[in-house]
Design a binder for this molecule. Sequence first.
Ligand SMILES: [Zn+2]
Ligand SMILES: [Zn+2]
Length: 318
Amino acid sequence: MTLPLPISCSQRVKDVLTNTSIDQLEISASMATKILAPVKTEQQILENSMLEDDPNANCSVVTQDQKVRPRWGPQHKGAQELANLYTTGKRTQECICVGICITLMAFNCGFLILHFRIRNMSAIITAALCGIVTADFGSGLVHWGADTWGSVDLPIIGKNFLRPFREHHIDPTSITRHDFIETNGDNFMVTIPFLARMLWDFLTLPEEEVQKKFIWNCYVFLLAIFVAMTNQIHKWSHTYFGLPGWVVWLQEHHIILPRRHHRIHHVAPHETYFCITTGWLNWPLEKLHFWTIMEYIIEYTTSCKPRADDFKWAQKRT
Ligand SMILES: [Zn+2]
Ligand SMILES: [Zn+2]
């Protein structure tokens, strides 16, 4: 049996409960505002990135200093120096990789069609989707690693693989002037071992074994396609004029990296939104502080400063 509380006491309990629920509502509202707040404000974007739909402008807030020492674009001295480090040897490696990768893709695609069974349809779609998400995460991880650590002075990888990342930050539209080979050579190269292994399996394994590995191979194939296409998709996200209608449709429906979405990465100091295939993982990774935590761990264990080399190149304005 419960005793009735005196009026003043029950009123106080009521007040406490009302105040608590108001407090909780306020906390939830402020948490929601914090979580849903834009990663970069329009002002930050305008002040700290290049206006790509007007490539002749360097910033919406153009000062005399920016006219003399451009922060971005083909006139940036650091960007010009980096562009000149693209060698014939590098070009040859890219041509060979593109050729091998396309051949392997064509053969594997043929074998996948040959061994396709309709009963596996739902598993194939799931595997393909997982492949695309993995490609997006992989693009973020490689992009973050190359943007944040290492230097162009490092032997072999510096000039050949880190150079384009540095160039891209200080001259984002340079990618739109690169042809298919220069844009895609390195990404095509990454997929070769996996596609070669798949083709070997198709050629040597009995039908029963091929069927057992079929779903896995669908996952790897879609992963390889999206990894190979990542920098092409990235290039489209910087191309503000003359894109085919179907590419714009894919961007507008966020099936591939949209233009406005990728602009968030191009706000100095380029510390977020590294995923450049579909960009689906950018928002959740940012909200989990994934990149910040990784950078903290690496800086703590190695004493290396994140983006030190990127900052050095950004300073070479004159
Ligand atoms: Zn970047
Ligand atoms: Zn970009």
